[in-house]
Design a protein around this ligand. Structure first.
Ligand SMILES: [Zn+2]
Length: 333
């Protein structure tokens, strides 16, 4: 069955419609025994290579510059991170073992999301095999997020005059509190977040639109809550660029999730967000966000499904979109 699905999708039989933004340096941080699955980046890369992607299909991002970081973060915070002088309280909020490798990891991840924004504006759709560190605030990091790559990328595009309006569609399990806080004072970005309310962060910031889910919510509740907003928000707000945080952590087998959402439910989410933007010719950059399934392969599979949806949508082009490329008989299980 898997072979049939792959042949139907013909993922890599012809040239890929875009390059992935990724570097092997993403998984070279030693976090010790930590719930953050740093290996998922490498595993996703290897899965894509195994399915026929070539090394030249991947673009290595440049690390973000100090100036990039200061577009969102305070000079004091940037200085403390770069000189390794965060206080013990600040390190506690970050919930990750701090090291110079970790700083490099986040500099590259931030550069990767900047590159993804540029590529989306250039080609219409891009995929960063990383990114989505939406809990970082201007003056502190928290919840595994040192720098807010999404906010930095949008601020940079705005400052360079490449966009007037943007939207963040945050599908991670956790509310995008850092981005909601930052853009709460800047009206050029619409922040949308669908998340589990009874979960981290305990204090939620106000996004432009928050859609609230609760423990035990299933695919039906999830998709019923999500569907009324797309393409409605795209049509009403008319963003020049969307950054989509395609978090894998709302998944039912995720260690941090209380939701009961299946991998098939997350596929439907991806299709709605990606395809509707494409139909309206709105550039969209995808970043991965979180994912903490007990079996790391399941997290990787969910991210892989997002990538497949991006490839399929991009290949269809804006004119020929249909609800599903695959007939019901060939439906992916
Ligand atoms: Zn998350």
């Amino acid at each position: 069955m898997a072979d049939l699905v792959e042949s139907v999708l013909s993922l890599f039989n012809t040239r890929l419609p875009f390059k992935f933004i990724y570097t092997n340096e993403y998984w070279m941080v030693d976090l010790g025994p930590h719930i953050f699955p740093i290996k998922k980046y490498r595993m996703l890369y290897e899965k894509l290579i195994a399915r026929g992607a070539r090394p030249e299909d991947f673009i290595r991002p440049e690390p973000a510059s100090d100036d990039d970081l200061r577009l969102v973060h305070t000079a004091d915070y940037v200085n403390k991170v770069l000189t390794g002088t965060l206080s013990s309280l600040e390190l506690q909020a970050l919930e990750m073992p701090f090291s110079s490798q970790l700083v490099q990891f986040f500099l590259l991840m931030t550069g990767g999301t900047i590159k993804a924004a540029e590529e989306a504006l250039r080609t219409g759709l891009s995929v960063h095999l990383g990114g989505g560190f939406h809990h970082a605030f201007p003056d502190h990091g928290e919840g595994f997020c040192l720098f807010n790559d999404v906010a930095i990328a949008l601020e940079k595009m705005k400052k360079e005059g490449r966009i007037n309006r943007a939207m963040i569609v945050d599908g991670d399990l956790h509310q995008g509190n850092g981005t909601a806080y930052f853009f709460g004072k800047r009206d050029y970005v619409f922040t949308f977040s669908i998340h589990q309310m009874d979960n981290y962060p305990s204090y939620k910031q106000a996004s432009s639109l928050d859609v609230e889910l609760h423990s035990g919510d299933s695919d039906e509740a999830y998709l019923t809550a999500l569907q009324p907003h797309f393409p409605r928000l795209y049509e009403e707000y008319k963003p020049d660029l969307v950054i989509y945080i395609a978090g894998a952590d709302p998944y039912q087998n995720d260690l941090l999730s209380g939701l009961d959402i299946s991998s098939a439910g997350l596929k439907k989410r991806d299709r709605l967000i990606i395809e509707q933007a494409r139909r309206l010719k709105i550039p969209l950059a995808i970043v991965l966000g979180g994912g903490y399934a007990d079996r790391i392969e399941e997290t990787v599979e969910i991210h892989f499904n997002t990538v497949k949806e991006a490839i399929r949508t991009r290949r269809k082009g804006p004119q020929q979109l249909v609800t599903s490329l695959i007939s019901p008989k060939q439906k992916i299980s």
